[in-house]
Design a protein around this ligand. Structure first.
Ligand code: SAM
Ligand code: SF4
Length: 342
């Protein structure tokens, strides 16, 4: 099991000292690890048809390097780790890695984000961990639309994962990206999942991370108003602290609905997360270009104390929100979400 370092065990003040807190007083408790940029789908809002230029294997953090970083972040008060990608399950050894995070490092809340294409065969091991939940990306229940959006004909595999997970009692959040092409009928059809099953269905504003050239400012899709119109009797409920989603209950539904207004950046004031990309860049905001090359540092044999200091320095220079970060990092191309992890 994970053994906290001595400075965490000493006193209350010690714990406070070990906590990662940014220059705006936001406590960092959530780490997102993108373990690969490779994927078996080609969602049009995430990457170009030909995919992204893959990161060379040697440039991707090894599982040992990822574990060292995870251990360090746990010592700094992280309580939740999300393993994501690209598609995490296309990287060989992903399931073993999840088991080491849980059994050896003792991650309290271990979660995974997956497109569900290859996930069904791992469900029993995920349940046994136990995984705290899976986020499953599913934008439509229509096979043709699925093929258009993802450029692959794999809806049946994703549904297999969805129903398999529900059957095993794994907590499921379905993430659906809403774009200009998403119809009301499609939203209503997805809504039936939350009506019939105890799951959380979250509609996500499409964000500028397509791996393509920058285009004009986003179109406001007015998600909250749209849901209110489509699901009469929608009642907002208190979301978990630090959650990026607004959550709603609908009378008679077993599950809940939600919206994630990532493009509008309405949740930055409570942001509790940092990210590590497949090539080991630390991101302290979704909209930065990576603020610290952790791979270079750990391959240069830096001590844990040295790493910790460098990470703290970055968190002391964090922008207040994603708009400020974005304007400080002007860019001509949108990065692909597959190289960030969502
Ligand atoms: N491949 C896995 C998946 O799709 O679940 C994990 C990685 S994916 C990059 C993580 C999340 O980012 C998914 O829920 C996906 O829908 C979302 N995403 C990707 N591109 C996006 C974009 N341009 N805007 C909003 N969400 C996006
Ligand atoms: Fe792959 Fe996920 Fe990006 Fe779709 S959103 S292309 S599944 S990484």
């Amino acid at each position: 099991m994970y053994a906290p370092s001595k400075d965490i065990l000493t006193t209350g003040a010690g714990i406070e000292q070990a906590q990662l807190i940014d220059n705006h007083g936001r406590k960092i408790t959530y780490l997102r690890l993108a373990i690969t940029d490779r994927c078996n789908l080609r969602c049009s809002y995430c990457m170009p048809e030909q995919g992204v230029e893959p990161v060379a294997h040697g440039e991707t953090l090894s599982y040992e390097e990822l574990e060292r970083l995870a251990r360090l972040f746990l010592e700094m008060g992280i309580t939740k780790i999300r393993v994501t990608g690209g598609e995490p399950f296309v990287r060989r050894g992903c399931m073993d890695f999840l088991e080491r995070l849980k059994y050896d490092l003792g991650v309290k809340h271990l979660v995974v984000t997956t497109n569900g294409v290859e996930t069904a065969r791992h469900l029993k091991r995920l349940k046994a961990l136990p995984i705290s939940g899976i986020n499953l990306s599913l934008d439509t229940l229509d096979r043709e639309r699925f093929r258009t959006i993802t450029r692959r004909d794999r809806l049946a595999d994703v549904l297999n994962t969805l129903y398999g997970a529900l059957e095993l009692g794994i907590k499921v959040k379905v993430n659906s990206v809403v774009s200009e092409e998403t119809s009301d009928a499609e939203i209503l059809q997805l809504g039936q999942l939350a009506e019939v099953h105890r799951l959380s269905l979250r509609f996500i504003e499409k964000m500028p991370f397509s791996g393509e050239k920058m285009v004009e400012a986003r179109v406001d899709l007015g998600l909250a108003q749209r849901l209110a119109k489509l699901f009469p009797g929608l009642v907002e409920r208190q979301a978990d602290n630090g959650s990026t989603a607004k959550e709603f209950m609908v009378k008679g539904y077993r599950g809940s609905l939600g919206i994630i207004e990532g493009s509008s950046r309405k949740f930055c004031s409570t942001c509790n997360r940092v990210r590590i990309t497949p090539q080991g860049m630390l991101k302290v905001c979704l909209y930065d270009n990576g603020v610290l090359d952790l791979k270079e540092l750990i391959r240069g044999e830096i001590s844990d104390e040295g790493l910790l200091e460098r990470i703290r320095e970055c968190l002391n220079k964090r922008f207040a929100d994603g708009h400020q970060t974005e304007s400080a990092n002007g860019r001509a191309e949108q990065p692909s979400m597959a190289s960030i992890g969502g």
